[in-house]
Design a protein around this ligand. Structure first.
Ligand SMILES: O=c1[nH]cnc2c1ncn2[C@@H]1O[C@H](COP(=O)(O)OP(=O)(O)O)[C@@H](O)[C@H]1O
Ligand SMILES: [Ca+2]
Length: 520
């Protein structure tokens, strides 16, 4: 072999040995890489599937564990039992508490039991038994029960403190006899009634955690009425100011409760004033009271005493006697007579509603509930402008009593006869008392419920006493539960897809390498 041949042979050997090396490498990769990749892909896939499955099961709304609370609204006309329900683990979030059930206690309000206090406690029995059925037994012992009494008991306390204490003792004794967690029975203050009504409507409307405005609250009961809202102006009287810090926001509320200005007591007050001016100098029995607030043809014999059996009319003095109560059905005269129950002759502040009570000008939207709703809804007056509302009411009041009864054969006559008075009072209170105008009349929404919960003070009272509205906003998860599950699923699918692509690409490149070798 010459030198040239030597070199070629050497180069060929070198080339062959490098080929041998690369062939060796591919041969090593092939049997090793494929099963490992398949195995890894399988393990990762299974891991992802397990992860998704666990996160779905872990995070799916488990069979809701609920907690419960009971509030008894011992109003002047009747008592209602409200049962509230909320998901156990979300109690500090807004809008989570809902009204599960209500039960109306048979008979009148607890203040009517002043001569038979034990009857007050006993009257709650049926509704409390119903609560035992509705709330799961294992939750009974941890379910708080609160009783709040409003203006009927405020009046009884004024009139006869001993009797009001006995009535409260009786209802407390009765409530302690049930398997729930008794938390107290008390007369709530007018400011609390107003403020908790405001919290209720704003909690239910989910206004509290948003930067949007809040809803003012107008509550009309039988014995008192409340107005509560966030004013634009400074609150000039300490008694009308309530401050709350809720979910990290400060609220400065104006609130006032007018005792004796619920629709039943104001009827007595108005009647007392009419009787005083008409009958005072007449000594004969069976004198007539011609009343513009009752329908033409309405004619009943009544006793003066039935309008003077309350501290609300104690300033008007009259001897007891019977009189004929005759209806005239004249809306504007009725309004004139109702105006006399508002004293607007003095105001020690820059502005007042009536009776020398400070009130800033009404501002924003209002929810008007309880008897505001019952009366206006019955008369179909919840959605017109003020002028049309007045016209319709004038027509209703002038409708003969006989026709009214024919049109509503199933409504109790006492209630039916009073709707003209009550609606006229509502318009007068809102316009002359609180200073609403035809311009902002549309800002008043007459409401009974928000969602499935009644508007009223009870929900706000319970939320406050159970500390369910925190002062600071609780931390919220990054995304809602449904969003989290969707994200996890999509993300896992994406990883699977990538693995699949990676596997396909790897197989292809391996085959290409093998082909290259076989060609060589
Ligand atoms: O279905 C109804 N139609 C008309 N008025 C009603 C209805 N239900 C309740 N009311 C009236 O609503 C008022 C409720 O007052 P409540 O008993 O709460 O007194 P309070 O809040 O002054 O203590 C009473 O005047 C009652 O007659
Ligand atoms: Ca009430």
């Amino acid at each position: 072999m010459d030198e040239q041949g030597e070199i070629e042979t050497h180069q060929t050997r070198q080339h062959f040995s490098s080929l041998q090396r690369s062939n060796f490498e591919v041969k090593v990769k092939n049997p090793w890489y494929r099963p490992v990749v398949i195995f890894l892909a399988a393990v990762i896939s299974v891991a992802i599937i397990i992860m998704v499955a666990i996160s779905v099961v872990q995070n799916k709304p488990l069979k809701q564990k609920c907690k419960y609370g009971i509030v008894l609204d011992a109003g002047s006309s009747h008592t209602s039992v409200f049962i509230y329900e909320w998901p156990a683990e979300k109690e500090n979030n807004t809008g989570k508490v809902r009204q599960k059930h209500t039960c109306n206690v048979k008979g009148k309000g607890i203040s009517s039991y002043s001569n038979n206090p034990n009857g007050a406690g006993a009257s709650l029995h049926e509704c409390m038994e119903e609560a035992k059925q509705i709330i799961p037994t294992h939750r009974h012992h941890e379910t708080p029960v609160y009783l709040g009494a409003t203006a009927g008991m405020r009046l009884l306390e004024k009139e006869n403190k001993g009797a009001s204490e006995k009535v409260l003792d009786s209802v407390a004794y009765s409530l302690k006899g049930y398997p729930f967690s008794y938390q107290g029975a008390r007369i709530i203050k007018g400011q609390e009634e107003g403020a908790f009504g405001w919290i209720t409507v704003n909690y239910l409307s989910e206004n509290l955690r948003k930067p949007t405005g809040t809803l003012g609250a107008l509550d009309l009961g039988g014995a008192s009425t409340q107005i509560t809202f966030v004013p634009q102006q400074k609150i000039e009287s300490h008694d009308n100011s309530i401050n709350f810090r809720l979910y990290g926001n400060d609220y400065h509320l104006y609130t006032h409760s007018f005792l004796c200005y619920g629709k039943d007591q104001v009827l007595k007050l108005s009647m007392a004033k009419k009787l005083e001016s008409t009958l005072k100098d007449k000594v004969t029995d069976h004198t007539e009271l011609r009343d513009p607030c009752f329908h033409p043809g309405f004619n009943f014999t009544r006793n003066v005493q039935s309008f003077f059996n309350t501290p609300c009319t104690e300033d008007v003095k009259m001897a007891n006697r019977n009189f004929f109560h005759l209806g005239l059905g004249n809306w504007s005269q009725c309004q004139q007579s109702i105006r006399k129950v508002f004293n607007t002759s003095y105001c020690p502040y820059s502005r007042c509603s009536f009776n020398g009570v400070f009130q800033p000008s009404v501002d924003g939207d209002f929810g008007a509930f309880s008897a505001f709703f019952f009366v206006m809804d019955f008369l179909n007056l919840t959605s017109d402008d003020l002028a049309v509302t007045k016209q319709k009411l004038a027509t209703y009041c002038s409708t003969p009593w006989k026709k009214i009864k024919e049109n509503h054969p199933h409504i109790k006559e006492k209630y039916l006869s009073e709707y003209c008075f009550s609606a006229t009072y509502i318009l007068t209170l809102l316009e002359d008392g609180y200073n609403f105008t035809s311009d902002n009349w549309k800002d008043i929404q007459f409401i009974k419920k928000i969602g499935d919960s009644d508007a009223g003070w009870t929900l706000g009272y319970m939320l406050n006493l159970t500390n369910m509205i925190p002062a600071e906003a609780p931390d919220t998860p990054l995304m809602p539960h449904e969003g989290y599950i969707t994200f996890m699923l999509l993300f896992s699918l994406l990883i699977l897809l990538l693995l699949l692509l990676f596997y396909i690409y790897f197989r292809r490149s391996t085959r290409t390498a093998q082909k290259d070798i076989s060609v060589i």
